[in-house]
Ligand binder design. Structure first.
Ligand code: BG6
Length: 484
């Protein structure tokens, strides 16, 4: 456990993010012994409720197996250091009251140090007033103050700059932790190790050996009830511009001088700056329609009729630097597809023709979820009295290799980093800026800002995506493995 005294304030304690991610992650950290000694968790939201009601709620957020007596005891302990304060998001007296509650909690601390971590699990409409009031009324004078915020960080370059600018008036970069929860995922963190701790990987990591790179996100469910939010943002803002671009930047960046947050983020920004805005012709957009007994996107009551919002997108990015010139990086993501899967697929070039014909390409696949794995497709001689080569796999599936390992949830890893003050896995302001530069022109086109909005092509709920996908990726040189 960390030695510091810390009060963790969860703002938006009765919302969806707090329920699905923040509280379960805090509880997970507690169970693993990673919360600071003497930690206190204070929930804050508009809903009026007493501690008993609040405890009932957070208990419903935390999952333990029926026969897990220890887990149940842990829930009781967790409740004992969790309390609730209700108040508005835009008025000073509410925050003065919150501050009093925190001071009261801290007055029982033995040490003078009073650290506060503010987790904003809030809709963007109240980010700024809350950040301002926290700074003005709830800022600890005797310790570290840290604020965690999460997307959406605006809708395009300009609105992002406005939002960041307002937050910066109150909170320094050092105090701010911008979450992209993909950076907390075990396999995303593993990319740095795979690349830079293995000389065999490093040697083949460029345009001389690699033909194309794909980063793919697939989800088997639609917007179900989240259509209001989703329709305003679309799949590119929801997944590509942040989660997938972050993964791309770690795959493509140069070796950082050290593992420090600034060295890593300097390299990420540098490679992103070498990517020009995405071209329309490098984009494929889709929207799911009813199939297999499941409703189409437009059948969702929370979605405006005739919406042309894409629920699927594939885009190809080009990196203009000596390592990657000419190598397409294809980012693709979709809702309501045939499976849940997130992976990076690096396809190597053909071997020189001559002794082998129709031989498969090598591929390195990093499966981020589900079932974390790294596997390399290799051609091997068919065992026996012949010289035929067949495609096989060198397979590092975590479940088999690390049988006892518990892979942390992304939010557990990130909250712990924030408590420790480590920014490595958080998004720096200039990273966001350059990410928006890459995507803003295409988003304005999709939003119909400079003419008629493009129509996404339909794809059936539960399918692999638009049928146009095959030829789209083929255009960038992707070749399927030759079947045995
Ligand atoms: C969120 C998106 O950022 O990521 C959601 O807003 C998406 O639409 C989610 O479902 C996916 O996260 P994960 O961790 O389940 O892959």
């Amino acid at each position: 456990a960390l030695k510091d005294n810390t009060v963790i304030v969860v703002l938006g304690a009765s919302g969806d993010l707090a329920k699905k991610k923040t509280y379960p992650a805090l509880f997970g950290l507690y169970r693993m012994g990673f919360l600071p000694r003497d930690v206190k968790i204070v929930g804050y939201a508009r809903t009026k409720m007493d501690d008993a009601e609040y405890h009932k709620r957070i208990t419903s957020y935390l999952k333990v197996a029926d026969d897990d007596a220890e887990g149940k005891a842990n829930i009781e302990q967790f409740k004992a250091f969790s309390s609730y304060v209700s108040g508005g998001y835009e008025d000073a007296p509410s925050f003065e009251n919150l501050n009093k509650v925190l001071e009261d909690i801290e007055s029982k601390y033995q040490s003078k140090e009073r650290n506060r971590l503010f987790y904003l699990a809030l809709p963007p409409s109240v980010f700024i007033p809350v950040a301002q009031h926290l700074r003005q009324q709830v800022y600890s004078k005797d310790g570290k103050n840290r604020i965690i915020v999460e997307k959406p960080f605006g809708k395009d370059l300009e609105s992002c700059r406005v939002l960041l600018g307002s937050l910066k008036q109150h909170w320094t970069e050092d105090e701010t932790f911008r979450i992209d929860h993909y950076l907390g995922k075990e396999m995303v963190k593993n990319i740095l190790v795979l690349r830079f701790a293995n000389i065999a990987m490093g040697a083949a990591w460029d345009k001389n050996s690699i033909s194309n790179v794909q980063v793919t996100f697939k989800e088997p469910f639609g917007t179900e009830g989240r259509g209001g939010y989703f329709d305003e943002f679309g799949i590119i803002r929801d997944i590509l511009q942040n989660h997938l671009l972050q993964v791309l930047s770690i795959i493509a960046m140069e070796r950082p001088v050290s593992f420090s947050a600034e060295d890593i983020r300097d390299e990420k920004v540098k490679v992103l700056r070498a990517i020009p805005p995405i071209e329309r012709s490098d984009t494929l957009l889709g929207q799911y329609v009813a199939a297999n007994g499941k409703p189409g996107y437009l059948d969702d009551d929370t979605v405006p009729p005739n919406s042309v919002c894409p629920t699927y997108a594939a885009t190809t990015l080009w990196i203009h630097n000596p390592r990657w010139e000419g190598v397409p990086f294809i980012l693709k993501a979709g809702k309501a597809l045939n499976e849940a899967k997130v992976e990076v697929r690096i396809q190597f070039k053909d071997v020189t023709q001559g002794i082998f014909k129709d031989i498969s390409r090598n591929e390195l696949v990093i499966r981020i979820q589900p079932s974390e794995a790294v596997y390399l497709k290799l051609n091997t001689k068919t065992p026996g009295l012949n010289t035929r080569a067949i495609p096989t796999e060198m397979d590092l599936t975590y479940k088999r290799r690390f049988t006892d390992a518990k892979i942390p949830e992304a939010y557990e890893a990130l909250i712990l980093d924030a408590l420790r003050g480590d920014h490595s896995n958080f998004v720096r302001d200039d990273e966001l800026d350059v990410a928006w530069k890459i995507f803003t022109p295409i988003l304005h086109w999709i939003d119909g800002k400079n003419g008629p909005a493009p129509r996404p092509v339909p794809y059936p709920y539960g399918s692999r995506g638009p049928k146009e996908l095959e030829s789209f990726i083929g255009k960038y040189g992707y070749k399927r493995t030759v079947p045995d």
